[in-house]
Design a protein around this ligand. Sequence first.
Ligand SMILES: *Cc1c(COP(=O)(O)O)cnc(C)c1O
Length: 390
Amino acid sequence: MNVQQQDKAYIANTYARFPLELVSGKGALLYDNEGKEYIDLGSGIAVNTFGAADEVWAQAVSAQAGKLQHISNLYYTEPCVELAQMLCQKAGMKKVFFGNSGAEANECAIKAARLYAAKNKGEEYFTIITLENSFHGRTLTTLAATGQEVFHKDFTPLTPGFVHVPANNCEALKEAVATYKCAAIMVEPVQGEGGVMPLTKEFVQVARDLCDKENMTLIFDEVQTGNGRTGSLYAYMQMGVTPDIVSTAKGLAGGLPLGATLLGEKVQDIFTPGSHGSTFGGNPVCCAGSISVLSRLTDDFLAQVKEKSAYIFNTLEGAKGVKTVSGMGLMIGIETVRDASRIVADCMEQGVLVLKAKHKVRLLPPLSITKEQLEKAIGVLKDALAKEDA
Ligand SMILES: *Cc1c(COP(=O)(O)O)cnc(C)c1O
């Protein structure tokens, strides 16, 4: 059996994979099992912040793996606390809980918000308002938070206590806060899986004001937007508000599974020993990888992320076959004239990997992609966008 047949035989049937087996890479370049080279505009879904097998990152990770790979949260380890301090100082947050994925980072955010509401407002204040078209994860609670019916079907009953309002609709948000006994508002600053749609500054400001007024918690799900992806360390830093809780994962450890829930002043002391936990969370190898990533997200580096972003917007806005370009930093959605799946397939054929979000083409290149690699890849994409199907 080849790898594709083995996969079909032994892996649970949850993924519609592309017919492509990748074996190695270097930065923004990936190689398949036949040695064909691809420019990667997907980063393993916004995970490989510095691309594949980045040398500085690999060195940090393997050094830690050679020392101590895991110890559980029964004991202290330096990489874990060093990373927590770094995150708090860089993000202006107070405490960190480490898990292993985006869904877990959101579970912790939801538990923190409910705990805060139960202690400060009353146990009946458990409702969390999230947005239509949002994506918060695949566990039954984060599915309930996810405002897309397609993911709910056949898995009900989900965790109760979530209502969804349309993104950027301030009146609907105010009405929901007035209608339900609410613990929190939870949003992605740029909706990723929902089609790369940024929230407006006005909307996030209204959310912030409502949370202040009603003593609710404002949660930003920065699982995808975090860790430099949008051109600032976290997207909220460009939106004029500070959330009470920030969840993040994907790019946080540059390719290793690590999630973090950052707790601001309001909720910093909400947890007590036993109220939450994780066996793997804060694993020293993942944390060593993350320290390496975060320490390189300097102002200079983030300015380059913004420049690369501007280059993509400038090149694709108004180009043939492009309806709209949306997003922030190196998280970009393109509404296309052609069917997005055909564009993805044509690009792959031409050695460029792009993703989809809903009906859009989505770009999430490694933040470290070189200008030359980016120009070459966007050139290929531009041709695919402009192609006329028979
Ligand atoms: C990917 C994603 C998640 C889920 O992350 P997992 O690591 O797959 O659990 C949650 N929220 C957002 C915004 C995401 O993009």
